[in-house]
Design a protein around this ligand. Structure first.
Ligand code: PLP
Length: 269
């Protein structure tokens, strides 16, 4: 199923304005070839952004995000080469991992806020958790991981936009938080994660990514080269220009979601 709209999106776009306004225009991928095409298009935009920024493409990992997508579409994505998928809701991710346990090479990365009562599920099936922002959750996760005899790669989520609706630690609290993670050896702290301000103003988006990079640089003396997970379908090129090592891309691969993003980032957290 070839989609005409898709070809209007140049693969080597130079303009790095965030394209949030495009979210409802990504056509849904419906066959393996659609996924292959979309993955190739995203990868070539990643490569172009790396080239502009003088970075090596091997320093940037693409994490496809499959939240809200059903099993049928996820199986197509897997056939097109996706071996790890990001999901922001634990229950949903757990259900999918169970339903697709026959895909033994498929791993799951939980990228959304975790309530401590769901930590035991994450300890069971996730290979990565990108939204750590509480010591209570860290403690429970670590205990559950011990019981499962597993370790988990984690990213500490930072709220770089100061928006109260976003989860994550305030940048000034991250150093203290990191220092208190040492009693939890089953958590392997790999990096920092953020969501940029949801804005069509590229400078405001970029400022969030710069904040995360500066934080990483401040922490480098103690923690070495922490990876930066930042950038989504609408802004991953800006994120790469500012140092992203992981970009989390859903809609540019799977197609638009039917619900607005604030549905996934509930307020009052
Ligand atoms: C949904 C989501 C993404 C991907 O967003 P897209 O617009 O689909 O690329 C990235 N990170 C997090 C935490 C998300 O919840």
């Amino acid at each position: 199923m070839k989609n005409i709209e898709k070809s209007t999106e140049p693969s080597s776009i130079i303009d790095t304005q965030p394209r949030h306004e495009m979210h409802n225009r990504w056509p849904r991928a419906e066959c393996v070839q659609d996924f292959i095409d979309n993955l190739a298009a995203v990868q070539s935009r990643i490569d172009a952004a790396c080239l502009r920024a003088g970075r090596s493409t091997s320093d940037v990992r693409l994490l496809p995000v499959s939240k809200t997508m059903d099993e049928q579409h996820i199986r197509l994505a897997h056939q097109a080469g996706c071996k790890i998928l990001g999901e922001n809701k634990v229950q949903e991710a757990w259900g999918k991992s169970q339903a697709m346990s026959d895909l033994t090479d498929l791993k799951w990365s939980v990228i959304g806020h975790l309530q401590s009562n769901k930590a035991k599920l994450v300890a069971r099936f996730a290979s990565e958790f990108q939204a750590l922002d509480s010591l209570n959750t860290a403690e429970i996760l670590n205990r559950r991981l011990e019981l499962e005899n597993r370790t988990l790669d984690v990213f500490v989520q930072v709220n770089t936009s100061a928006e109260p609706s976003k989860y994550g630690l305030a940048p000034e609290n991250v150093a203290d938080f990191m220092a208190q993670l040492s009693p939890f050896p089953n958590l392997r702290v790999k990096g920092l994660m953020t969501l940029a301000e949801f804005s069509s103003d590229a400078d405001r988006v970029r400022a969030c990514f710069i904040r995360l990079r500066n934080l990483r640089d401040q922490l480098a003396e103690v923690y070495g080269n922490l990876h930066l997970s930042m950038g989504m379908s609408g802004d991953f090129e800006i994120a790469i220009e500012e140092g992203a090592n992981v970009v989390r891309v859903g809609q540019a691969i799977f197609g638009a979601r039917s619900l607005p993003d604030d549905h996934f980032w509930p307020t009052g957290g």
